[in-house]
Design a protein around this ligand. Structure first.
Ligand SMILES: [Zn+2]
Ligand SMILES: [Zn+2]
Length: 346
């Protein structure tokens, strides 16, 4: 198979031929039809993720067709259209048995703990517990774009922040995660406020449902600006970027008893950011993480996509080839692209 491959962190990956994978007893091999390019892939390539062992094939947001099935797999067969959460649960640990596969103790993550989907084929373990059947109405590129950013945002807004109609939701950072969170909050009837440093991204955020925008470069204090717009602070707030500044602002701009959800990754130098803990106590704020979404919760998200309430395909910026993905991956931290890049040619 053709695959993107690197033997050292921060070294230019190459696209080369590697042996085709074979399924484990409980796993499948998927022919990758589409796979999203994500900032987490950049973190992995930089060496920020301790799960990655070299040499490595990145890629964790995928959709495709089942090509080979392990002996122990019951629910899936060759030819079926599927996608998979980027955190796949083992199915037997305590977290999995409580329905929280997204924090499984023995998780399988394509593109992190194992070789991923920047390749013609990818092996996925724990198939029965994690694969998701794709409705015919959802094309492969759209399904791949759900992979981590949209699904993680769905869990962040719906399950962690418990956003309801009429609430103010601040979203810090208008990349793939942030735009997804805005679209999902708007679909729930909430009022999303988008914050970024790019007017172009803020314009895009309005098209996705933001009712107000703040360019952080143009205000003295982002939290004050959010409080002004929302009449006292956001009910819920998402740090969709993952930086000490956006994390701090996302907590600071909450109203009393507000909920912050950290979705943007905080790795390496950013792993222990400053947070306004006095305000967390005095105002009884809630602070959550959101780490992917369990396969069984995809039903709710897919139903909203099929009904047209959510349109994740609108977040796709461009379709690229596997070769074009190499420079795109390396430039991910300074990406100015609007929307998500999806690899659809291998
Ligand atoms: Zn588990
Ligand atoms: Zn991702």
């Amino acid at each position: 198979m053709r695959a993107m491959y690197f033997e050292a962190f921060e070294a230019t990956p190459d696209v080369r031929n590697l042996p085709d994978p074979t399924p484990t007893e409980g796993g499948v091999v998927i022919k990758v039809e589409a796979t999203g390019l994500c900032r987490s892939d950049w973190h992995g390539w930089m060496g920020h993720d301790p799960d990655i062992r070299l040499p490595h094939v990145p890629g964790h947001e995928l959709a495709g067709t089942v090509m080979a099935v392990g002996k122990g797999v019951r629910r899936f067969r060759e030819g079926q259209r599927v996608t998979v959460p980027f955190v796949s649960g083992c199915g037997h640990c305590g977290e999995c048995r409580s329905g929280n596969q997204q924090v499984c103790e023995e998780q399988f993550q394509p593109g992190f703990t194992h070789w991923g989907s920047f390749a013609e084929y990818v092996a996925i373990d724990y198939a029965d517990q994690n694969l998701v059947h794709l409705p015919e109405a959802v094309d492969y590129a759209t399904a791949a774009s759900l992979g981590c950013r949209f699904a993680t945002s769905f869990r962040a807004v719906v399950d962690q922040a418990r956003v309801t109609g009429g609430e103010w939701v601040a979203v810090h950072g208008c990349g793939g995660v942030g735009l997804s969170a805005i679209m999902i909050a708007a679909a729930l009837g909430a009022n999303p406020v988008a914050i970024d440093i790019s007017d172009e991204k803020l314009d895009f955020a309005r098209k996705m449902g933001a009712v107000a925008t703040i360019n952080a470069r143009n205000v003295a204090d982002v939290a004050d600006a959010v409080r002004d717009i929302t009449g006292g602070g956001a009910h819920a707030s998402v740090d969709a970027l993952g930086s000490p500044v956006t994390c701090f602002n996302s907590i600071k701009n909450l109203r009393r008893r507000g909920r912050h959800v950290q979705v943007g990754l905080m790795l390496a130098d950013h792993a222990a950011p400053q947070i306004p803990m006095a305000q967390v106590i005095g105002h009884e704020l809630e602070i959550y993480g959101s780490h992917g979404m369990q396969a069984w919760r995809y039903d709710a998200m897919l139903a909203m996509i099929e009904s047209g309430k959510l349109a994740p395909q609108n977040l796709i910026g461009r379709h690229i080839s596997l070769d074009e993905a190499v420079p795109a991956l390396m430039a991910m931290d300074k990406a100015t692209d609007l929307g998500i890049s999806v690899i659809t040619r291998f």
